[in-house]
Design a protein around this ligand. Sequence first.
Ligand code: MRU
Length: 356
Amino acid sequence: MTTLQAIRWENGKLEILDQILLPAISRYIPVRGVEDGWKVINNMQVRGAPAIAIVGCLSLATEIKNEEYTDKKSLRQDVEGKLNYLASARPTAVNMKIAADELIQLANKLTKDDSVNVTEMKERFFEAIEAMLEKDIADNKAIGDFGAQEILKNVSGDHSVRILTHCNTGSLATAGYGTALGVIRSLHKKNSLEHAYCSETRPYNQGARLTAYELVYEKIPATLICDDMVAALMKSRNISAVVVGADRVAANGDTANKIGTYQIAIVAKYHNVPFYVAAPRTSIDFSIPNGDHIVIEERPEREMTHINNQRIAAPGIQCWNPAFDVTPASLIKGIITEVGVYRPEDLIQLKNCETS
Ligand code: MRU
């Protein structure tokens, strides 16, 4: 079976699967440079923290490929300005910012290195950006395996589990396989998944449109619920664990993820259901001590008031549309990364480990 692919990168050409049109229409659109990259990220034609970073960086790669630079300093300045611009497209997801910082560091290093000329410097950028695609898939597979092991270890005597997830964290949100959805995929591969539940994820409906699409596509036994059914589900369906993704994890483990995640974590605590965050190290922001420092993106009202251009909310009503909320570390049993599962208080051990 062919796998779902959010990002197509071939011979220096970038295309993304337009996620606004899914599940009705499957259409790839070209991304020809940084301006296009910023737009497709900002209007959520591509979304999910890892996919945002990869598409942002690849859009830069397409652009610098065709530029002529007379010297390394002007290449470095151009790259830095464009990366910072790309990081502004969706402020909560930290992966783009972390990728930007790493590439700017590389630019600084290469600018100072007299053995590298401007053409070689461009090539080194390309290599670094292209490596992100493969690394993301490998990291996600490792997250999937660590997560599956952890969940099975914690459900004594029950070797077939029922998992609830929120938003979309699968192939569509990453370079492939997915993070929280990767854990569900790994459990399914091990024949250890009895059932997956995905919540609708209003207002943008990533659960109903995208996660449900991936689960059906891969023939994983799954059921869609509305966001307001989580408590009823936990009371009646013997849920083994909740696994969600992350847009930014603070140094103490507080986690920003799709709006609604926080209330699911509270309900999980009440019902004694372990709550896990699955995220690569590139989603961890050690520069902030806790979740109070995370900027929460607010999106246009229209995402709430309209579905497919049809107004569903009473005209004249005011709306509040934060795209994310912060789940406190105290509600999180473990953070599943590509190098293992960490309790929030132990996350700091990863601080000085290289991510690339
Ligand atoms: O607004 P979105 O769709 O970009 O939000 C996506 C999420 O909140 C995901 O859970 C997160 O980015 C992790 S994706 C692997």
